[in-house]
Design a protein around this ligand. Structure first.
Ligand SMILES: Cc1cc2nc3c(=O)[nH]c(=O)nc-3n(C[C@H](O)[C@H](O)[C@H](O)COP(=O)(O)OP(=O)(O)OC[C@H]3O[C@@H](n4cnc5c(N)ncnc54)[C@H](O)[C@@H]3O)c2cc1C
Length: 430
């Protein structure tokens, strides 16, 4: 078994709370984070095996199920824990601290509840749509809360759609009693492990010309065992190996009308009016960053279980290096917390810019903190028997994730820095 950070029994080092000063948290936030902290050590212990085998952390999901956390963002009136955005992202970061792959894949599941839950509640709907949505989401939430079922979120297609630059290539046709879905998704975390796939697709309107626009986006729940659904492709990536993000094919898959996780047209409204919905991938990486920092402190104090008790903390270079890491971690956490509490419908421009800055910073700094951790601890720290090299590989994945890769955050931020709404540049005559 590999050494893990979990066993702090022999150490006087107390890792910091993932959400900063716990006194600033709500009772629910404190309680849910503590629930995860209690489960975390066993997840950290299992993480090496899932990573080595690139297999899905089913046992961790059993823990999430029995602890009620599968329903973290299911509204309380539907039997869930009723976490809001800030609460969820703090809990997600704590999960990431113990197992990055569990946190990242869990986020895909939780999106199915957040998007259909407090985000949908904040959006405009007709009274009929709202009533219909309440009826349908009750079915969806019951699967999660009562039956312990899990949702994946196939979004990426390998083209421009996942970056928000084109309509989904996966299409849904309206037919009697429901929809027929066809298309391909890549990199679907929980492929082969989830009970349901929450598929983003474009609704083809009968008689309409063309394929539909981004406004025609639909979010539909497809049973993993429905005829026409298949998982394909290898899974042997650099990091986040336990997410098992294989490809999915949907070939004329029929789903009934109550497969709608959001009413027709609502996903586009959510994506344009509640941009924080795309910032739930980064909390995982704050957790990974915290884990790398904690490992470094324990390593320099010679308190990593299984390692010879050789202290390195007395060298000024190590103290300087760990101070640099702490500054980076605190700066990252500060932006994370600000962003967690900022989430709102129709955020103003400053809030949106802080959101891009926070998401970018968390993803990039997580990788940098892992790099610094290895440099500071030294050669022995990157052995496969220790968790640091896995944290390093996992952290590399963050800024590649659509729709907001590090590059796309920079694109958006750069534009917003220099242009006010409606401004265009005049063409310069040659
Ligand atoms: C561990 C892991 C788990 C994942 N899980 C899921 C999941 O559960 N569901 C899911 O749907 N996806 C998931 N993804 C996929 C992820 O979000 C990306 O879609 C995927 O990494 C994109 O890979 P790509 O090479 O096709 O990107 P490309 O589309 O080829 O983009 C490559 C880069 O080009 C840039 N780029 C792309 N489009 C534009 C544009 N319009 N303008 C400017 N620059 C652009 C971006 O910076 C991007 O990083 C996962 C990825 C990883 C690594």
């Amino acid at each position: 078994m590999s050494a893990v950070l979990a066993d702090t029994a022999a150490s006087r080092y107390v890792p910091s709370h993932i959400a900063g000063n716990p006194a600033t948290l709500t009772p629910l936030q404190r309680e849910l984070i503590a629930r995860v902290s209690a489960l975390g050590p066993r997840w950290a212990e299992r993480a090496e095996r899932y990573d080595r085998e690139a297999t899905f952390p089913f046992e961790n999901y059993d823990d999430l199920r029995t602890s009620g956390l599968l329903g973290i963002c299911v509204p309380t009136e539907y039997g869930g824990l009723g976490a809001d955005f800030a609460t969820y992202v703090m809990v997600a970061a704590e999960i990431g601290r113990w197992c990055g792959a569990t946190a990242l894949s869990f986020n895909m599941h939780v999106c199915s509840c957040m998007w259909s839950g407090f985000i949908a509640d904040a959006l405009d709907m007709t009274p009929e749509q709202r009533a219909d949505h309440a009826r349908i989401r009750a079915i969806h939430y019951e699967r999660i809360v009562k039956q312990g079922q899990v949702y994946a979120q196939p979004f990426s297609e390998g083209g421009a759609a996942a970056a928000g630059a084109a309509p989904w290539g996966t299409v849904a046709k309206k037919v009697d009693g429901g929809y027929v879905i066809s298309g391909k998704k890549i990199f679907a975390s929980l492929a082969g492990a989830a009970d349901w796939y929450g598929v983003l697709c474009t609704l083809e309107r009968p008689g309409a010309e063309g394929r539909g626009t981004r406004r025609d986006s639909m979010y539909l729940a497809v049973p993993a065992n429905a005829p026409g659904v298949s998982v394909f492709g290898d899974w042997d990536p650099l990091g986040m190996r336990g997410t098992v993000s294989r490809n999915l094919l949907f070939k004329d898959v029929f789903v009934p009308e109550d497969a709608r996780l959001m009413p027709e047209g609502l996903y586009f409204q959510a994506a344009t009016r509640f941009p924080h919905m795309f910032a739930t991938l980064s909390p995982t990486y704050l957790g990974v960053a915290q884990a790398a920092y904690d490992f470094t402190v324990q390593y320099l104090r010679a308190e990593v279980p299984g390692m010879p008790p050789v202290k390195r903390r007395m060298y000024p270079t190590k103290q300087y290096a760990v101070a640099e890491m702490r500054i980076k971690l605190e700066a990252t956490r500060a932006l994370f917390l600000q962003n967690a509490r900022d989430a709102t419908l129709d955020p103003d421009k400053d809030t949106r810019m802080r959101l891009y800055a926070a998401h970018y910073t968390i993803m990039e700094n997580a990788n940098d903190l892992c790099r610094l951790a290895i440099r500071t601890c030294g050669g022995q720290s990157m052995l496969k028997s220790l968790p640091l090299e896995r944290l390093y590989r996992d952290s590399r994945c963050g800024s590649l994730m659509l729709p907001w890769t590090a590059e796309l955050c920079m694109d958006r931020l750069g534009r917003e820095c220099l242009y006010e709404a409606g401004e265009k540049d005049e063409a310069i005559e040659a």
